[in-house]
Write a protein that binds this ligand. Sequence first.
Ligand code: FES
Ligand code: FE
Length: 459
Amino acid sequence: PRPRAGTSARTVDALREIVDWEHGLVAPAIHFDEEVYRVEAERVFDRAWLVVGHEDMVRKPGDYITNYMGEVPVIVVRDAQGEIRVLVNKCSHRGNQVCLFDRGNVKGFTCSYHGWSFGLDGALTGAPMEQMLYRGELDKAAWGLEPVAQVVNFHGLLFATFDRSAPAFESWLDADARWWLENFVLSTPLGGLEMLPGWHRYRSPGNWKLVCENFIGDDYHVYSATHVSWLAMIQDFMEQGVRIPIITYPGTTDGPMYEGSAGGNGRGAPMGMGMVVADNDSLFKRDLAEAQELGPEAVDWVEYRREKLLELAQGRPVKPYSFMNGLVYPNMALMGFFSPMLGRHFQMFHPRGPVEHECWQWTMVERDAPQVVKDLAVQRVYQGQHGAGVIAPDDVENFERMVEAGKPARSWRRPFHYGLQLGHEDEGPKGLPGNLGPNPSEVNQRQFYRFWLEMMERS
Ligand code: FES
Ligand code: FE
């Protein structure tokens, strides 16, 4: 079957006709249709396990952050007993948001409309003039904040789902996907990850899936067109011997790079990794060369870290199997994992209507790294994958033009082509969890839409 026009008001009745992942064809309606967007909120965002933050953001009782699950505002808070809770940020009285700030430490939440108060566990603790006005008849136990149905702490990364009957987290993210994600969040042989202060946020044109398919492994655009100006700039600086560490990472690896996939194919949510590097030795050498420019403290740390990684591997392949970019379905992107000198960033793409999304991004570095390495890592992130950096704006410009060209329904008649490396997906090295294939490729985009279709077809 070939995707056809998605102009019918009932596009959701014809989902199979807009996603033909087997042939790498997807109809544009998937990025523009209002009805698809509305149904997606219920069938994807109300059911999926979604990342809501990291435990490092809420270390002490009373610490909270606010975030979104789809378009639903939520509070992630550590209660007095130390348990992390996720609560819908909506007053149970008449719907005002009860938490107005991004982060902080509180004893509870008080609504700014009529003053109902809630504890850190979401329980309704008081209403102004309660005895006089409600005459002792307000059933406080029934009117707390709505808790999100399930929360899981995956090595610090916090996942939550609204769906009480969602598959257990272990079957949502299968063992292969967890192995790769563990690499990203856990492969710190020393003191774990530390969050750098502050979130970076920007609103950007383009359906949330447009940007997710970009991160899940679209390395084609990196080498072919979008980011070549950045790559050329790095090359120029290197040739002239100009060291501007903020925007240049001295190359990547001497060895080949692959596209990685895990999950999907009937094995839960897909995770995709781009620029997967198996040759850790060459990365280590590059880190060491750079550390030498930063001073003896950085050199000692890079060497000690390497020793620890070898020790932990006990003869097995050394973790990490680094990758540069990736995505955990549906909307959590991971970036910057080639090197501890880069910083790791976590980006969520929240839906904001069919043709807009909001990027929420935070950065982590290894807690035990010397300050000079942390400073370098964070500068790189801010100067690269940020709204005012040298990488992200290139992508945003594409998204803006894609929206303009794709919004008119007339433009939906011809399917998009997602056929890169179709049929060659598994032509990579064997023996690792998941699958490694050639890079660049659109295998992960096909997996993404395959799983999206599965979720959308479940009524
Ligand atoms: Fe919150 Fe009335 S809406 S107290
Ligand atoms: Fe890009």
